[in-house]
Design a protein around this ligand. Sequence first.
Ligand code: HEM
Length: 417
Amino acid sequence: MNTAARPSLPAHIDVFSPAVYADETRLHADLAHLRRHQPISWVDREPYRPFWLITRNEDVKLIGKNADIFINAPRLTLIPSAIEEATLARNGSRTGASRTLLDMDAPEHAQYREIAARWFIGSGLRKLTAHIETIAENFVQRMVTADGKCDFASDIAVWYPLEIIASLLGAPLEDAPFILRMTQALLASGDPELQQAGDYGASAFMEFSGYLGKMLAERQARPTDDLTSAIANATIGGQPIGMVEALSYVLLVITAGHDTTSGALAGGMLGFATHPGELAKLQADPGLMRNASNEICRWVSPVRHFLRTATEDFTLRDITIRAGESALMIYPSANRDEAVFDDPDVFRVDRNTSGHVAFGYGAHACIGRQLALLEMDALFSRLAPRLQSLELDGPPVPIASNFVGGYRKLPIRYTLR
Ligand code: HEM
C-alpha cells in the first residue's frame, strides 16, 4: 500500500453508530475483523464528518502518546455534522460552550489538570477510602434487603458511584436523580430511551449549567472543603479561573465521575453472572480484586471512543493521516486486541491486564482511574465472598451509546450468605 492509500470502511460494517452498541456480539465480531484485515479505515458516512477509524491497541496508544501532534480541541467525540453546525452557529465553536480538560491541549491542559489531579491520587484518595467503603457497605445492604432479586444496573450501579462523586463535589444527595438525568442526556446522547430531547444534550447542558453555576457561585462566596470549592477558587497563572472553565470542570468531573464507573460495575456483574468460574476464583483468592477490577474495565470498556485531530501529516503503519483529519480511537477494540490479550473476548479475572486502554492513554489519561478502581474494589470485594449464587434474571439491556456505555437493565437473582 502506498502512503496515499485511503482504505474505506467496507459498506456493510458499522462500528461507530450508537445503535450498533446495543448488539455487542456483532460489534466485537466486526471490530475483530477490522483489526485483522483493515486496522485503519477511512470513514466518510452520514451523519458524521469524515474520520479515520483506529482499531488496534498499539495505534491507539501511539496517537494518545503523540498529544503534540494529535490534539483534542477541534473535535472530541462523534457528533452528527448538522448538530455540530448548529452548535457552531450558536456558540462560535463546534464543540459547544464548554471548555473542559478534555477540550484543552498543551500547555494550558496541564495547568488545569493540576487543580483536581491531587484529589484522585495518593493522600487525596486515601482520605476518601473510608467514606467509599461505608457507601459500598450501604449498597451491599440494599442488595440484602432487596431479597435476592434486583436490577443491578438501575438499582445499584448507577447510584453508588453517583453518591460518591456528589459527596466529593458537595452536591446534595437528594439531587442525585436530577444529576443522573442530566448526565445520561449528555453522555448517552444516542440512546433514545435516555435522551428524549433529540438535541445531543444541548438542552440538558443549559439546565445543568444553571445548577452547577449556582453551586460554584455559592462556593466562591463561602468555600468549604469540597472539590467544587477547590475549582471555584483555583487560579491559573495567578489569575482566578474563568467561569466557563470552572463550570466545564465541575460538569466534566460530575458526569465522567459516575456514568463510566456505573457502566463498569454493571458490566462486571454481568461478567460474574455469565462466568461463574471467575467469581469462584475471586472468592478463593481475594487478592485478585484489583486485577479483577482492571479486567472488568478492559472487558467492558465503558468509554467507547475519543477523537483526536492531526496538526501535521502523520504516517501510521503505511497510511498518512493528513493535517486537519481526525482519528477515532475505539477503546473496546483496542482492549480486545489479540496482539495484546490472549482470548480477548473471554472475561478472566486472573489474566494479565496490563496494556488495556479503558482509561485512555497519554496526556489526557483518566484523572479518576484510581478512584474508579477503588470504588469497584470496595463493592465487589464485599459482595463476592457473600454471593452464594448469582444468575441473570432476564436479558441485559445495553445502552445504545457510541460514547459512554453500560447497561440500562441488568436483572439478577442471587443468594447472599
Ligand atoms: C471505570 C470508570 C472510568 C473510565 C472507564 C474512564 C475512562 C476515561 C477515558 C477513556 C478518558 C479519556 C482519556 C484520553 O483521552 O486519553 C477519561 C478522562 C477523564 N476522566 Fe475518566 N474514566 C472513569 C472514571 C472516572 C472517574 C471516577 C472520574 C472522576 C473524577 C473521571 C474523570 C475523568 C476526567 C476529569 C478526565 C479528563 C482528563 C484529561 O483530559 O486530562 N473518570 N476517562
